[in-house]
Write a protein that binds this ligand. Structure first.
Ligand code: RBF
Length: 173
């Protein structure tokens, strides 16, 4: 589903595991800070809403989205968190810089997820213009920071939960 048809802040909050015993890293980029600040607020508040303790949420600011993966790696080195959420906003400009940054972040976070065995959440807004970014940072399409927080909680919970055999689960979409 295209994000234009989805509200990024909409989720079933009865179906979210408790984050009370979880620790999180949030790495947030300073480029387009009016957008990334809104992502951060949405992300942080959602983690706390679901039980995360403020002292268990570690925040790191990095200059731009390209630095998100290096920041996540450093944060991992210092704190044994259950999940790392990377927040940034890359807006298309006159050149193809956005494609290089977006690809680097996607590949970097995939690698970090696989090598550390911990969820690394892609909270990057990749838009054609500023209005599309505002729409996804608390505007008409919700807030990608909220979506990222819920994904982090669900993935951290999956990692903590032993996989059961022989149990048929209802799959809901
Ligand atoms: N960083 C972002 O987070 N979002 C952007 O939209 C963005 N646009 C950039 C455009 C240009 C032309 C350049 C050179 C950098 C841009 N950056 C952006 C910064 C980038 O993520 C990184 O911080 C710098 O390239 C230094 O490694």
């Amino acid at each position: 589903m295209a994000s234009a048809l989805k509200n990024l802040s909409a989720y079933n909050d009865t179906d979210v595991p408790s984050a009370e015993e979880m620790t999180f890293g949030i790495v947030v980029a300073e480029w387009n800070v009016h957008i990334t600040h809104a992502l951060y607020e949405g992300c942080y508040d959602t983690l706390v809403k679901h039980g995360a303790k403020p002292e268990n949420i570690y925040t790191m600011q990095v200059p731009g989205s390209f630095e998100l993966t290096a920041g996540a790696r450093m944060l991992n080195g210092q704190q044994n968190v259950d999940a790392v959420i990377c927040l940034g906003c890359v807006i298309k400009g006159e050149t193809s810089h956005d494609e290089y940054i977006n690809q680097a972040v996607a590949i970097g976070l995939t690698n970090l997820g696989l090598t550390t065995g911990k969820p690394h959440i892609f909270g990057l807004i990749t838009t054609n213009n500023e209005q599309q970014a505002l729409d996804r940072a608390g505007g008409k399409h919700g807030n990608k920071g909220v979506e990222s927080a819920i994904t982090a909680i669900r993935m951290a919970s999956l990692k903590k939960t032993p996989i059961q055999g022989k149990v048929k689960r209802a799959i809901g979409f």
